[in-house]
Every structure is written in structure tokens, then in C-alpha cells.
Ligand binder design. Structure first.
Ligand code: ADP
Ligand code: MG
Length: 467
């Protein structure tokens, strides 16, 4: 442990002190930055569990679970955390890691390796437990997520009955983990005796490796083959992991046969997850597949207002609109922007108005990313291919129309951020599955087809955004 690192101390500050809201906003901003630097996986293990922070004078204290965690954290991430904090301009704030419970405070770190291993594995499974913060009540419904939401609500009311497994897929930051936890929390509330198990597939793998090593596979199987609701986050991580897939396959089967509810999330569609056995891929499609798309502009604003209310912030309409236009890819970005404004305006004592907001995001959003409408995309693509927008909306099947049409649909999705049904409607009332097909086809061919690549690059440049 380096001398420069802050040492853990017991928490002295009473909970609920007035700076609590600000401390959390600052801490969340730093966490967001950490996530972008170290990636989602590491973030999930080391930062996600650190939910509470306090500010006193110029010290930001962060609650950490125990000494084992402390050592792992300082070895792996403390340096980066310092850097992230400073890169955000919080140089004057000093970090302090605080062990929250008395029991852990007394731990002087001299435990033998075996008991450390045990407590590590315990903390692993505790970290893997449900997050009570994510509920259906604070999940904001919109066109892009209503199907996934309805499916989740349905299975929480009738676990194991209608759709098994439920497979939720969507890009990062769109609410998959939130929904998965909401299912778990709801089932737990309405059926107190139900065993609900939430785990990321990565943790499933780590626990399995640990149990193999310490001859605890019996316990492992007891734990995962005897639950009523089995929630597995980010199943795509088992890609390429043969032994994990094998174990998961048997876990899946025994739960499925016992009619226990299985819910899986993934950032890819089952067919697109590389390196998984077909028998698993097939099972993922046995039940219902629900996707989540990025929220449209109106939905983004609704989410911002909801989040602001939860944070106790009063958000002005123009500020919400500014954030919604600039942080447009996913909900995590929206939340991040909100945390940032709250943290900066509190620290600098400035009102949360549009000027403050512009100042805060001057460097973050230096290229103005105004929303590009589907109509503008239709026009640009048509001109590029010397066609008329109506040709792209038509049903003409010849390649000279169909390829530009698919390109325009793809760009409406990637550059215009429009939802599949929205695009379908704009393209002469086509079904959303046609749009999904077009987008996937272009995506799949873009690396191999040089003509396509050149056309896309030109068009993306014309539309003002290389993505
Ligand atoms: P994913 O697992 O798809 O990467 P998360 O579930 O972690 O995404 O969501 C990222 C953040 O956005 C979380 O803080 C979550 O609460 C929030 N979020 C996503 N969708 C919504 C929504 N529709 N309403 C409210 N919050 C949302
Ligand atoms: Mg997730």
C-alpha cells in the first residue's frame, strides 16, 4: 500500500448531514468518469458497490465495505480515481476511504489467506445481490422500452408461467440492469418466500471458478439450481467461456424444467453473441425476446425530470432540453450530465441555469450534436444517390433503391437516434422488423463492403457526425 494513499478510517460523520446531496452528486460524477475510464466490468465490481459519500470541509469520504475490499480497491483503482477526480476539476477535494461498519473497522488486515478468501467470496456474492434502488416505480416508460417493461411486469406477477426465459437486449445504458432488478425487487415484495437470485454472468463465472478451486461446487449448484427467479445480467460475457457455458447450461435446464423464471439480459441479440454453444443460443430464444432502444427526445426529457425530482433538484425546462439534445445516446449519459450539473452548481454556488449548464459542458460537448431528423437524413441520402426522398420511402425493390433505402434507415437509427417504429413510419409506413433487418444488414456488411463503407463515411460526414 503506498504512503500517498489515504488510509481507511471509521466514519465519524452522522448520516443525513446537509452536504449529503452535494456529496452524492460529486461522487456520482466522479464514478461516471471512472466508468468511462475503466469500463463497465471493473466498474461493476469496484465502483457500483460504493454508493454513499460525505463531504466535510474539503474532504470527500467514501464508504467502503471492508478491509479486503479496501486493499483490492487501492491496489487496482485508487490512482485512477485520483486522476478522474482531478480531471473533473475537483483538485481541491481530498479523498478519504471510510470503512462503514465497526466490525470491519477493527479488522487490521492480518487475517490468514483462507478467511480472507472466504470473506472475499462472501463480498462477491453480496455485491451480486439485488439493487433495491432499481424499481418499476422509478423506471420511466417510453416508446423505446414499453415492450420490455410490459414483459418484465408480466413475469414479475406470474414468474415462470408465461415467458421463459425472458431475454432482454439493448445497448449499454438503456435500463437492462434496472429492469432486471425491478423484477427481482417486485417478486421479493409480493412473495416473501420466493428465492430471487440476481447475478451477472461474469460473477457467475468467478464464483464458479472459486467453488471449483475450493471444492464447493455442491454449494454452488445448491445456490443456483434452487431459486425461484434467476436473474442473469449481461449474459454476453459467457462468450468464449466453455466451462461457464457448460455449467450455465445445466443450471438453465434444471431451473427451466422446474418451471422457475429465468430472465437474461444482453447487449446483443442471441444470434449475434459470438462463441456460444448453439444449444444455449437456442434456449435463449425459447421464451420471449424484448429489446430496448435508445429513448427519443421527449422520453429523454421525461427521464431527466424524473431523475431530477429523485435527486431533489429543480430542473429548468431549457436546461433539460439542452441536456437531452447533447446527451442523446442513452440514459446513463443523461444521468451523468445531471449529476455533473448538480455537483458543479453546488460546489461553485451557481444556479442551475442554462448559462451554468453551457459552461459546464463547454468542453464535454464541444461539437454541438444537434439532433438530425429522419427527414434530413432522407434528403441527404437521396441527394447523394441522385434519387428522390420518395424513392427511399417507396416499395421499389430494385437494388438501386433498396440499398440506399437500407442505408438511410441505418443512418436514421445511428445518426438520427430514431426508434425502429418511428423510422418505419417515416419510410412510408414500413414494419419495424423491416427496419431492424435493414440496420443489421448494413451494420454486418459495413466492414467488408468497401463501396458501402465509402458511402457511409461520406454520408456521415455530410450529416455532420462521424460516429
Ligand atoms: P444497462 O444495464 O442497459 O447498461 P442500466 O440499467 O444500468 O443500463 O441503466 C443505466 C442508468 O440509467 C441506470 O442508472 C438506470 O436507473 C437509468 N435508466 C435507464 N433507463 C431508465 C428509465 N427508463 N427510467 C429511469 N431510469 C433509467
Ligand atoms: Mg447493465
Amino acid at each position: 500500500m503506498s504512503e500517498d494513499y489515504p488510509q481507511p478510517t471509521a466514519r465519524s460523520e452522522p448520516a443525513g448531514c446537509p452536504d449529503r446531496g452535494m456529496a452524492n452528486a460529486v461522487w456520482e460524477t466522479i464514478k461516471d468518469e471512472m466508468r468511462s475510464v475503466i469500463g463497465d466490468d471493473e466498474y461493476g465490481i469496484w465502483l457500483q458497490p460504493l454508493q454513499s459519500a460525505h463531504i466535510k470541509d474539503d474532504v470527500l469520504s467514501i464508504d467502503i465495505p471492508d478491509m479486503v475490499f479496501y486493499q483490492g480497491f487501492t491496489n487496482n483503482h485508487l490512482n485512477t480515481l485520483e486522476q478522474c477526480k482531478n480531471s473533473l476539476g475537483f483538485n481541491d477535494l481530498h479523498l478519504k476511504l471510510t470503512i462503514a461498519s465497526q466490525e470491519d473497522k477493527d479488522d487490521d488486515g492480518s487475517k490468514d489467506t483462507a478467511s480472507r478468501g472466504q470473506s472475499f467470496s462472501r463480498s462477491l456474492s453480496e455485491q451480486g445481490s439485488l439493487n433495491a434502488v432499481y424499481t418499476f416505480d422509478n423506471f420511466v416508460r417510453g416508446p423505446s422500452n414499453q415492450f420490455a417493461l410490459a414483459s418484465c411486469l408480466n413475469i414479475s406477477e406470474n414468474p415462470g408461467l408465461n415467458y421463459n426465459p425472458l431475454f432482454i437486449y439493448g445497448h449499454t445504458g438503456l435500463g437492462k440492469t434496472h429492469l432486471l432488478n425491478a423484477v427481482g425487487n417486485k417478486v421479493r415484495k409480493s412473495r416473501q418466500d420466493a428465492v430471487v437470485t440476481y447475478i451477472s454472468s461474469e460473477r457467475f463465472m468467478n464464483e464458479m471458478i472459486y467453488c471449483l478451486r475450493f471444492n464447493k461446487m455442491w454449494d454452488f449448484r445448491q445456490k443456483y439450481r434452487h431459486c425461484d427467479v434467476f436473474l442473469v445480467d449481461d449474459i454476453q460475457f459467457i462468450s468464449g467461456k466453455k466451462a461457464t457455458q457448460e455449467e450455465f447450461f445445466h443450471t438453465f435446464n434444471s431451473l427451466y424444467e422446474a418451471k422457475k423464471q429465468i430472465v437474461l439480459t444482453s447487449d446483443q441479440y442471441p444470434q449475434d453473441i459470438p462463441d456460444i454453444e448453439d444449444r444455449l443460443r437456442n434456449r435463449f430464444r425459447w421464451g420471449l425476446i424484448a429489446d430496448i432502444q435508445p429513448p427519443d427526445a421527449e422520453h429523454r426529457i421525461a427521464i431527466l425530470f424524473d431523475k431530477a425530482e429523485q435527486l431533489g433538484l429543480s430542473l429548468r425546462r431549457e436546461v433539460a432540453e439542452y441536456i437531452a439534445t447533447h446527451a442523446s445516446r442513452n440514459v446513463r449519459e443523461l444521468e451523468g450530465a445531471l449529476h455533473r450539473i448538480a455537483a458543479f452548481s453546488a460546489l461553485q454556488g451557481r444556479p442551475m441555469d442554462i448559462d451554468t449548464t453551457r459552461d459546464i459542458f463547454r468542453n464535454v460537448f464541444d461539437e454541438p450534436q444537434t439532433e438530425i431528423s429522419v427527414d434530413a437524413i432522407l434528403k441527404t441520402v437521396a441527394e447523394h444517390f441522385k434519387l428522390r426522398p420518395n424513392d427511399l420511402k417507396s416499395k421499389k425493390r430494385s437494388r438501386i433503391f433498396s440499398v440506399p433505402r437500407q442505408i438511410a434507415m441505418y443512418l436514421s437509427r445511428t445518426v438520427g437516434n430514431a426508434s425502429f417504429p418511428e423510422i418505419g413510419a417515416k419510410f412510408g409506413g414500413k414494419d419495424h422488423t423491416t427496419v431492424i433487418y435493414a440496420c443489421r444488414k448494413i451494420e454486418a456488411n459495413r466492414n467488408d463492403d468497401l463501396d458501402l463503407q465509402t458511402n457511409l463515411e461520406t454520408l456521415e460526414r455530410l450529416l455532420g457526425r462521424r460516429i
